[in-house]
Ligand binder design. Sequence first.
Ligand code: SF4
Ligand code: SF4
Length: 126
Amino acid sequence: MAVMITDLCINCDSCIDECPATAIVSADDSPIEDAEYTYVKPEKCIECVDSTMPKCADVCPTEGAIVWDMPYTSEYNNYYISRNEEGIYNIRIHKKQGIFSPEKKPKPFREVITIAQREAHEAVQI
Ligand code: SF4
Ligand code: SF4
């Protein structure tokens, strides 16, 4: 990832159109079964590395609705596979290539955000 959306989300969906990676979907379009909240696809999020701030957090009216998660890199492959198995994520599976796991499809991430901040799922501040 990335960033993830928490249960503080009010489903305003303001973040969806802001995402340069089309990584965000509404609860209705979420790949999570019976989803209640807007969802970020970790296999698509690029942490808006080319911008000053993550664009989703820039428009979000709810502090704490968008938080950091681990880098989507091979080092955290097991983490994401576990989260996927727990149903927290539902990472895309390609017919031929299989699951778009971090080790197969790593994404850019902000090195300035520490692993401790990510483990604590600190809010993405603007
Ligand atoms: S951080 Fe950027 S790429 Fe990731 S979900 Fe938010 S807007 Fe999309
Ligand atoms: S902008 Fe914030 S509150 Fe609105 S849908 Fe996105 S994460 Fe949820």
